[in-house]
Design a protein around this ligand. Structure first.
Ligand code: NAP
Length: 305
């Protein structure tokens, strides 16, 4: 039998991403054992019951003992404080990584706590659903999806190579970029769409002349798709906006300008502008499908009930 890539993987946080990593690690046989910790005993118990981890701990400091890979799978704002907590317990030579949706703030908050001889390589799998918790994970989550690594200039190259091989073995395609560039790209492709979804759902819910039940009863495809995105975990998304403030504000400024142009076109009956804007956007959808990042099936391939 060949040696697994890591002897002991410690998952700090076992929600959607932590549990999906466990499923995919076991599918590919990448670890001798997987252990983990969460905030609540209930999550640790569920993770043990589901076989996501073979040993569960109430604290991150205990979970990282002897691990050669430690993955922080907690909300972005907790990565710094947890790195501080575990620093003296990390095994020499271990790789420390994370899965947070923001990279600049995590590198800023975690890197100062990383002891000499431990290799920190920040990472973000661009894969997810609106579900959370240990029951929501599945092995295929990362298949064909991108995972972005944002190592620093001083990061050990062998550690970066090993983490790249790890994510590829989980099914991902890997790209390396700077944390700042990651945050700018994700601000427009992920963070702003979530902000818009949260906002439009609340705007509809607050309408006085349309009752809540009408919003739900007549929720056509467009609105329904926004409600799916807006069902994402509020703690996770609060932390994303608190930690990627500048890039999101920059993109929000551009978005508002473009929205104002559309508003103007509607006010002045400028069909040409509306048609061109919509046609340009439609072409982007085609490119996403051609790149294999979504399905062309109607209703995203969901089967009607
Ligand atoms: P999740 O399902 O809500 O799980 C979060 C986990 O963190 C839970 O197990 C929670 O424990 C644990 N946790 C919270 N505070 C903790 C603490 N102080 N110590 C140890 N564990 C703690 O969240 P998720 O969707 O997996 O997201 C985790 C990370 O992945 C976030 O940084 C997010 O930005 C990133 N990410 C998410 C997605 C997505 O679509 N969801 C995609 C890519 C990356 P309890 O269950 O006990 O509360």
């Amino acid at each position: 039998m060949t040696e697994p890539m890591f002897n002991r993987i410690a998952l700090i946080g076992i929600g959607l991403i932590g549990s999906s990593i466990s499923h995919a690690v076991r599918r590919a046989g990448l670890a001798g054992e997987i252990v983990g910790s969460a905030r609540t005993p209930a999550t640790v118990e569920t993770a043990l019951k589901l076989g996501l981890i073979s040993k569960g701990y109430s604290s991150a400091t205990e979970a990282v003992n002897g691990a050669d890979l430690v993955v922080l799978c907690v909300p972005v704002g907790l990565c710094g404080p947890i790195a501080k907590e575990i620093r003296d317990h990390l095994a020499p030579g271990a790789i420390l990584t994370d899965v947070g949706s923001v990279k600049g703030a995590i590198v800023r908050d975690v890197a100062p706590h990383v002891p000499a001889g431990v290799h920190f390589v920040a990472a973000h799998p661009i894969a997810g659903t609106e579900q959370s918790g240990p029951e929501s994970g599945f092995a295929e989550l990362f298949d064909g999806r991108w995972c972005i690594l944002t190592p620093e200039e001083t990061t050990d190259e062998a550690a970066t190579r090993k983490l790249k091989a790890f994510w590829e073995a989980l099914g991902s395609r890997v790209e390396i970029m700077s944390p700042e560039h990651h945050d700018l790209v994700l601000a427009i492709t992920s963070h702003l769409p979530h902000l818009i979804a949260y906002n439009i759902v609340n705007t509809a819910a607050h309408l006085e002349r349309v009752t809540d039940s009408e919003v739900i009863k007549f929720s056509a495809g467009g609105f329904r798709d926004f409600t799916r995105i807006a069902a994402s975990d509020p703690t996770m998304w609060r932390d994303v906006f608190l930690n990627n403030r500048e890039a999101v504000l920059e993109m929000l400024g551009r978005f508002s300008e473009d929205l104002t142009a559309l508003q103007r076109a509607i006010r002045f009956g400028d069909g040409e502008t509306l048609y061109k804007t919509f046609a340009d956007a439609r072409a982007v959808r085609r490119s996403i499908i051609q790149a294999g990042q979504d399905t062309a099936a109607p209703n995203f391939g969901r089967t009607p009930k």
